[in-house]
Ligand binder design. Structure first.
Ligand SMILES: Nc1ncnc2c1ncn2[C@@H]1O[C@H](COP(=O)(O)OP(=O)(O)O)[C@@H](O)[C@H]1O
Ligand SMILES: [Mg+2]
Length: 160
């Protein structure tokens, strides 16, 4: 039987709503999941990541900073979270140098800004999130993945 894989579309009207969306995503994640966030600068990749990390670490107040310069930020927990930014990287060799293979093979959750730059390195069940501007404070999110279990959970959580 073929499973119908439908993308999830969602528009937020503020960064607070994007943050809440991130928390919903967090509630559907299993250890080892890789999320690739794509969209131009200022689209909300880091804002969404903050919501995801907040959702994963519920009580602990974790301060998420953009890894634009550090390339990878790690948040210790069960599972740990790796927040990666590929913006400044030139190609997949650079990514190999920072040990992307170990990150995505680990039981940690990896959130990768500009993941499409290294798409051939990412696992088949990567969760892809494309973000586009829909005005000053509106952002459209399209979530797609071969990870049908995740999509199903997210759809249920968002009631869409
Ligand atoms: N609906 C929205 N969702 C996310 N960010 C928004 C939204 N509306 C406005 N913003 C603003 O857009 C910017 C997004 O920045 P950031 O999350 O760092 O983007 P990126 O990591 O994609 O470069 C922030 O200044 C945020 O306040
Ligand atoms: Mg960013």
């Amino acid at each position: 039987m073929n499973t119908i894989k439908k993308n999830i579309h969602l528009t937020t009207a503020s960064s607070a709503q994007t943050h809440s969306f991130g928390k919903r995503i967090a509630s559907c994640l299993k250890p080892g999941t890789v999320i690739s966030l794509n969209g131009i600068l200022g689209s909300g990749k880091t804002t969404l990541t903050k919501g995801i990390v907040q959702g994963l670490f519920k009580k602990r107040g974790v301060k998420v900073k953009s890894p634009s310069f550090t390339l990878v930020n790690q948040y210790e927990g069960t599972p740990p979270v790796y927040h990666v930014d590929c913006y400044r990287l030139n190609g997949e060799d650079d990514m190999r140098m920072i040990g992307i293979d170990e990150l995505i093979d680990s039981p940690g959750i990896s959130i990768i800004e500009w993941g499409e730059k290294i798409k051939t390195l990412l696992p088949p069940k990567t969760v892809w999130i494309m973000i586009t501007h829909r005005g000053e404070s509106k952002r459209k999110f399209v979530v797609s993945s071969d990870n049908t279990l995740f999509l199903r959970k997210l759809r249920r959580s968002l009631r869409v």
